[in-house]
Design a protein around this ligand. Sequence first.
Ligand code: KIV
Length: 266
Amino acid sequence: MSSVTVTDIINKKKSGKKITMLTAYDYPFARIVDEAGIDIILVGDSLGMVVQGLENTLPVTMDEMIYHTKMVSRGAQRAMVIGDMPFLSYQAGTADAVRNAGRFLKEAGASAVKIEGGSEVAEQIKAMTRSDIPVMAHIGLTPQSIHRMGGYKVQGKTEESAERLIEEALIVEDSGAFSLLLEAIPMGLAKKITEKITIPTIGIGAGPHCDGQVLVLHDVIGLFERFVPKFVKRYANIKNDVLEALTRYKAEIEDGAFPSEKESFK
Ligand code: KIV
């Protein structure tokens, strides 16, 4: 059971302390993220792309999200675990939203859920919050809207769309969301939103003025290479390390260096 609570996250904004968040999708990485002292682990539907090898996040199912969230919850001792609501798990109405969100808490050990959208999911946010399911909202670039948006594009660049995003932020706050993820929007707009609402903002590609930051783990450690968004900072190149290790393993089997006496029984 995680020890970081929704109240801790809200209090971080009040005390001006930055909130740290990363994705993870399985037990071993959840343990490492937890050990690093990250506040929130998001089991993102980005797993469709970085773990399952899909083109986008749309095919990811609730059952798959539950499967991965269970593994992450087992590895997270301290960090708060948030389950990401996949495409079509909430769009059709409040009953769907509550039932599916509830599964993350009831079956998978999460403490909260994340949902993409603003005013169009306000009723769902209200219904989930009424059912004691804490909700992180997500506006700006929402990857489940890739077909409507025509690709992964920075949002809120015009005055009109920026005003709209400020309104959306106020609406999700009013609907009961305990925090708001801002993806791929200009940093000045993220600053305005962060100052205007009382709940914490978590940015990804939204500049330094948000109350916290999140990135996709596989981007941060260099495990996903298909494309690297501008807002990603890579802190390790795990793919190269693993490739080098496995190349040596293969070579040592082929030239007889492995196994040696040390790895053998007498
Ligand atoms: O699915 C995901 O990983 C996300 C990112 C914005 C962190 O939603």
